[in-house]
Structure formats: structure tokens, C-alpha cells
Design a protein around this ligand. Structure first.
Ligand code: IPM
Ligand code: SF4
Length: 469
């Protein structure tokens, strides 16, 4: 019987079976950011340990870093942010870990930096103290988020105690219509399977829709696996994967390339592999999706209606009621036409170059509504540079948007970028939880970056398809 990618990669990384029944799993690449690593490095210091494989550990600063050039001057105005940044600088220096800091021109959101540096590769195990680590699964890696004490485990031993997950393949069949993007695919599977549908599972994203997607789109789909409860989400590696990695700083060099590709091909899911569960989602009729509530699963097609509270029962009804109470919409209504205050294009979900190119195409020749602020925040310094070489910054600025420096920005608002009061944000990020964007009463509507661009033009949730040239 054949195996799927998850099973092959998990099995090939087992170091030992533990008395607990778990496995000690080798971690190929360990990614760190400033929020979840300081205590882990402190634990190492306390125990007098070193980083076991510093060459397999990579770090950047993303969450706390301000996104204007002025505010990035040191020391940072916020003392806690300055402390976090100083810690990761010192820790990476003392322990011999590569730090993609602002001075190197390689800083960015960790899930964007890993692939762009080529440290994320097929067939690897990738761990990071961050819940959106499945993003790296787009390359055919088994990638998952870990907690701070596990960050210390990986630093000290390059291994983790893990139990294998069950596997579910989601086959996306059909073809996406113009204006429908990877983000809509992500919101659609989460809406269908629920926020807890993937608990205990690794999701394999497969089928013609995934095959037709570029690597950036696959990263968007994998990025949101955790929003559907799946700690691991991945796509099988193919020629697009290899083409993306070729020539990246940490990708295998010419003399090792063919050997690497042969290994990468070997980890792909076998034709006769068996999954614990399989689901099909036909995408022929998929519309641009928008969230209406306070979880990413509370998403509807743009022209659809929000649910009625009495369609649900028990705890499900409670969640729906809570969402309406927080968001303040009328039950059963439509999201299209909802006025917005802030529009945000960025994050590890949708802050990559093709996202910015597509958003710029919508904005070109149009103006951002005077009632709205549009922030465009590239996911990394490299993306910012590439975008500028294509003249995208000019298009954004001419339309009236702010073109900012790389970081997590308004996705989580751990930096100065925050909503105020009850403001409503149209956001290309991945979480619409209560208070997520920095104001305890602020409201977030998740959508694709092109939908955000269209909403910024009209000052309300609208159909991007009328702007597609
Ligand atoms: C701060 C970090 C630990 C957190 C995560 O784990 O995902 C953040 O990146 C998020 O998106 O909420
Ligand atoms: S961009 Fe958002 S989701 Fe991604 S790592 Fe940063 S805070 Fe988390």
C-alpha cells in the first residue's frame, strides 16, 4: 500500500520511539521570531546548553517591528518591542544563528522569509513557535507550529516528541473563475469543515485547483490550515515548487540540485496512498468570500446572506449570537455594501509579490475613498524591493494608499499599527477574532487582497470583479 507525503516525511524523521508512545522526531528547519523565542533561549542559558544545529535555525523580527521607516529607528519607541528586538539580536549572535534582520535587507514575516531564502524545502520537517507555520507545507514540507517550551526543545536537541496525525485529503476540483483567488479557496474549506474540523489531522490540499495555483497561492491555502484546526497542511511538490526554489540563497546548489529534486519527488503522495478521510470541494461556482463574524469559518460568498441565529442550536448558536453581538450586523443580511474604515493588504497570508501585483492592477487609475485608509504592507523587505522595481509603490501611492515597511503590521497589531474604537477593517490577513487588530472593539472582515483593494476604492465591501480589466 502506498503512503501519503505526511506519512513518508514523518516516518523518515523518526529518531526513536519514546516510552510514552510518542516519537522523537528530527526537525530539519527551525524558524524563530522575537515573540516566542526569548524565553526558550533563556532556558538554554539556564541549563548551560548550546543550540544543537545552529545552521538549521533561522530567525527574523516581524510581529513587533513598526512599519514606517522613522519608527524603525533604534531604540524603538515601545520599550517592550525594543527589548524583544534586542533579545533576538543578542540571542542569535550568541548562539550562532542566522538572523534575517532589518540591516540585512532580508527581514520579513517569518513564513515569507523561510521560502524566499530557500530554507523551506520539500520533504523537510519545519517547526516554528507560531501557529501559521503550515504555510511552509506549500512546498511539500511537514510544517507545524509549536509552543515556547518546544522551541527550547528544538533549540537544544533539534528534535521534538510528537504523535502522528491522521490525514485528510481535500480535493479541490474544477476551475477558479476570474476574481476568485487562493484566499477564497482557503475561506471556503474552513467555512465548510469548520474551525475544529481539522483537529487531529494533517490536511493534504490536492486536485486541479491546487495544481493550477502558483506557489504563493498554495502558501495562502496552507497558511490558513490552523484556522480550520489542522496543525499541518501541505501540497505535493511539483515543477512549480522546484522552479520557485531554484537559485534561492539556501536552496541546494547546482551540483546538489538533481539529487535534491529526486528526493523531493520521492516524498510526494503515492497514487495508491490511503487517507483517514477524503473531501471534495468543487470550485467551479466559488465566489469571492468574505467573513461576517469573529472566526474565519464564519465566511460567506460575497453575494450570499449571513446565517439566521435560529438555523443553529446549542453551542453553535451561541457562537453565531456572539458574533452578531460583537459585529453589530443585522441577522440574515448581506455583507456587500458594508462600509469600511481601514483596508489592509499584507500578512503571511497575502503579503507576497503576486498579491501586491494583483491589488495594484485593481487600484491602477482608481482612487482610495477619502473615508478610507489603505495600508499596503509587503511581507518582506525583499518583496518591498521587488515591488518597487516593478513600480507598484507608485501605483499604490497615486491611488492614495500608504506604502509601508515589512512586518506583521495590522494583522495582529503587536506594533503601532492598530484599529481605533469600532473601526471596521477589510483585511487580507487570516484572523478576524475579537480585538485582533488592536482595538478591543474593532471589527475585521477577511477577504482576498484584490477584494480589499476594491473595498478601499468604494469605501465599502464590494465586488472586485467589476474592476478586473
Ligand atoms: C505571536 C504568535 C505566537 C501568533 C501565532 O502563533 O500565530 C501570531 O503570529 C498570530 O498570528 O496570532
Ligand atoms: S502576519 Fe499575522 S498571522 Fe502571520 S505571523 Fe504575523 S501576526 Fe501571525
Amino acid at each position: 500500500m502506498g503512503k501519503n507525503l505526511y506519512q513518508k516525511v514523518f516516518e523518515s524523521h523518526i529518531v526513536a520511539k519514546l516510552p510514552s508512545g510518542q516519537y522523537q522526531l528530527f526537525i530539519g528547519t527551525h524558524l524563530c521570531h522575537e515573540v516566542t523565542s526569548p524565553q526558550a533561549f533563556a532556558m538554554l542559558r539556564e541549563e548551560g546548553l548550546r543550540v544543537k544545529y545552529p545552521e538549521r535555525t533561522f530567525a527574523t523580527v516581524d510581529h513587533i517591528i513598526p512599519t514606517t521607516a522613522d519608527a524603525r529607528k533604534r531604540p524603538l519607541a515601545d520599550p517592550i518591542s525594543e527589548e524583544m528586538l534586542s533579545h533576538i539580536e543578542k540571542n542569535t549572535k550568541d548562539f550562532g544563528v542566522r538572523f534575517f534582520g532589518p540591516e540585512t535587507g532580508e527581514q520579513g514575516v517569518i513564513h515569507i522569509v523561510g521560502p524566499e531564502e530557500g530554507v523551506t524545502q520539500p520533504g523537510m520537517t519545519v517547526a516554528c513557535g507560531d501557529s501559521h507555520t503550515a504555510t511552509h507545507g506549500a512546498f511539500g514540507a511537514v510544517a507545524f507550529g509549536i509552543g515556547t517550551s518546544q522551541v527550547a526543545d528544538v533549540l537544544a536537541t533539534q528534535t521534538l516528541a510528537m504523535s502522528p496525525l491522521k490525514t485528510r485529503r481535500i480535493n479541490f476540483t474544477g476551475k477558479l473563475k476570474p476574481g476568485v483567488t487562493a484566499k477564497d479557496v482557503a475561506l471556503a474549506y474552513i467555512a465548510k469543515l469548520g474551525v475544529n474540523g481539522g483537529v487531529g489531522y494533517a490536511y493534504e490540499f490536492a486536485g486541479p485547483v491546487i495544481e493550477a495555483m502558483d506557489m504563493e497561492g498554495r502558501m495562502t491555502v496552507c497558511n490558513m490550515a490552523i484556522e480550520g484546526g489542522a496543525r499541518v497542511g501541505y501540497c505535493n511538490p511539483d515543477e512549480k515548487t522546484f522552479a520557485f526554489l531554484r537559485g534561492k540563497p539556501y536552496a541546494p546548489k547546482a551540483d546538489k540540485w538533481d539529487e535534491a529534486v529526486a528526493y523531493w519527488k520521492s516524498v510526494a503522495t503515492d497514487a495508491d496512498a490511503v487517507f483517514d478521510d477524503e473531501v471534495e470541494i468543487n470550485c467551479d461556482e466559488l465566489e469571492p468570500m468574505v467573513t461576517w463574524g469573529i472566526t474565519p469559518a464564519q465566511a460567506i460568498p460575497l453575494n450570499g446572506n449571513m446565517p439566521r441565529i435560529d438555523e443553529f442550536q446549542g453551542s453553535e448558536q451561541k457562537v453565531i449570537r456572539e458574533a452578531y453581538e460583537y459585529m453589530g450586523w443585522e441577522e440574515g443580511g448581506k455583507m456587500i455594501g458594508t462600509p469600511i474604515d481601514i483596508a489592509f493588504i499584507g500578512s503571511c497570508t497575502n503579503g507576497r509579490l503576486p498579491d501586491l501585483i494583483a491589488a495594484a492592477e485593481i487600484l491602477k487609475g482608481n482612487k482610495v475613498s477619502p473615508k478610507v485608509k489603505l495600508w499596503v504592507v509587503p511581507g518582506s523587505m525583499k518583496i518591498k524591493k521587488e515591488a518597487e522595481s516593478l513600480g507598484l509603490d507608485k501605483i499604490f501611492k497615486e491611488a492614495g494608499a500608504e506604502w509601508r515597511e515589512a512586518g506583521c503590521s495590522l494583522c495582529l497589531a503587536m506594533n503601532p499599527d492598530k484599529l481605533q474604537g469600532r473601526q471596521i477593517s477589510a483585511s487580507s490577513s487570516n484572523r478576524n477574532f475579537k480585538g485582533r487588530q488592536g482595538s478591543p472593539t474593532g471589527r475585521t472582515i477577511l477577504m482576498s487582497p484584490i477584494m480589499v483593494a476594491a473595498a478601499a476604492i468604494e469605501g465599502k465591501v464590494t465586488d472586485v470583479r467589476k474592476y478586473i480589466k
